[in-house]
Design a protein around this ligand. Structure first.
Ligand SMILES: Nc1ncnc2c1ncn2[C@@H]1O[C@H](COP(=O)(O)OP(=O)(O)OP(=O)(O)O)[C@@H](O)[C@H]1O
Ligand code: SF4
Ligand SMILES: [Mg+2]
Length: 377
């Protein structure tokens, strides 16, 4: 049987953090995908409301986690922010500039500052290019000539991400999944970005390797002062990494706050449910019995016709009539600390002070907290 370790309290995050200047401000961000149907003439018969009016702020140097079940709109949000996709509505401003509909030319100086790391380390690297070529690619495209040349810079980057600089001429297939994701990180770092959107960067990796890659990302975030939007469906990983966390459900942000608030004083029933899905064991020596586990009934409704009022109401054990008629606004409700916003008419009591001790991680992830070596993934 696998031995579960209790995750110790997270370390203090390095400054600057949530108190820094806003880097990215997203307001009312919306992406609807048309659904085509009909015969013989295909026409739009509905809209997938993938992202539906979300507000987010990521500060300079901050690590921000975005969490939710599959299909809730996390990747779409990431793609909108990195401008790989055009929003249906809403605004995105970066360092005070509205980039919502900025064209190629206007985006050029910003492109290098916002980078993305993808989930799949296999399909996101060109198999026909050497590591050197892959990592120097963004520098070439952007006409960047670092001091000492691109090759020297690539070797430095390889070293930063824990790879052997001598492997400059190797091809992606010669590396393991974890090592490939390190190459992806090196490529993202090549342009000295200010913001990295990491879309489930470790979920395709073995758990033991996940820990090492999360550790690397955390090192990069802290030492280089890069802000991260870290997308995950796993609250355990985000808890380790993020100073602030937003929880999404069916295209909406339903709760957001600093890590402490979200993990120890969650108010939204859905956040409770997600937290109770985090694997747990009895804390050694603790009196408490097994914590009650909330099972979410039913499937996530279709984002084509989401429930009226509160979108979570079809699965919520506290739902009342008001929940069907009135959409709960995302606001600071009574009992919440500053910056902790919840969208619920009948929130849970903020009584889960012991929650932090209940959350356990895989031993490999827990080992991270103890500062184990991150080399060689
Ligand atoms: N290009 C597209 N065309 C139509 N629908 C799309 C498109 N991309 C995403 N969707 C739909 O939008 C919704 C949100 O998708 P998205 O990929 O953003 O979710 P996610 O939270 O990243 O999920 P996962 O955890 O599975 O990666 C889903 O219902 C998805 O099917
Ligand atoms: S608003 Fe109503 S349905 Fe929605 S989470 Fe709160 S209690 Fe549940
Ligand atoms: Mg996704």
């Amino acid at each position: 049987m696998k031995e579960d370790l209790v995750l110790p309290a997270p370390r203090e995050a390095a400054e600057p953090g949530p108190d820094g200047d806003p880097l990215l401000v997203v307001k009312g961000l919306t992406k609807h995908f048309p659904v085509k149907g009909g015969f013989p003439i295909r026409r739009t018969v509905g809209q997938v409301q993938a992202v539906d009016g979300i507000d987010l702020t990521v500060h300079v140097g901050e690590s921000f986690g975005l969490v939710g079940e599959s299909g809730c709109g996390k990747s779409t949000t990431g793609r909108l922010i990195t401008r790989l996709m055009e929003p249906t509505a809403g605004t995105i401003s970066y360092r005070g500039r509205d980039i919502t509909h900025a064209g190629r030319k206007q985006l050029a100086p910003i492109r290098s500052e916002i980078q993305m790391i993808f989930q799949d380390p296999y399909s996101s690297l060109n198999p026909r290019q050497t590591v050197g070529k892959i990592i120097s690619g963004p520098m070439e495209i952007n006409g960047i000539q670092p001091e000492g040349g691109r090759e020297k810079r690539v070797r430095e980057l390889l070293e930063i991400v824990g790879l052997n600089p001598e492997h400059y001429n190797r091809f992606p297939h010669e590396f393991s999944g974890g090592q490939r994701q390190r190459i992806g990180v090196a490529r993202a770092l090549a342009l000295e970005p200010k913001l990295i959107v990491a879309d489930e960067p470790v979920s395709a990796l073995d758990v033991s390797i996940q820990a090492q890659v999360v550790n690397l990302l955390q090192k990069v975030q802290r030492e280089l002062g890069i802000a991260f939007l870290f997308i995950a469906h796993d609250l355990a990983v985000v808890r380790h990494f993020s100073q602030r966390v937003a929880v999404m459900y069916l295209g909406k942000v339903i709760e957001v706050g600093d890590r402490e608030s979200i993990y120890t004083r969650p108010r939204h029933p859905y956040t409770h449910a997600l937290l109770s899905a985090v694997p747990e064991v009895n804390v050694a020596g603790a009196e408490a019995g097994p914590r009650e586990r909330i099972r979410l009934a039913g499937d996530v409704p279709s984002p084509i016709s989401p429930p009226s009022g509160c979108r979570f109401r079809t699965r919520c054990w506290k739902a009342q009539e008001k929940c069907a008629t009135e959409e709960p606004p995302l606001v600071r409700i009574s009992g919440n600390h500053e910056g902790h916003l919840t969208a619920c008419h009948f929130p849970e009591d903020p009584t889960l002070e012991a929650r932090g001790e209940d959350i356990v991680l895989d031993p490999a992830l827990a080992a991270l907290e103890e500062g184990h070596d991150d080399q060689g993934a």
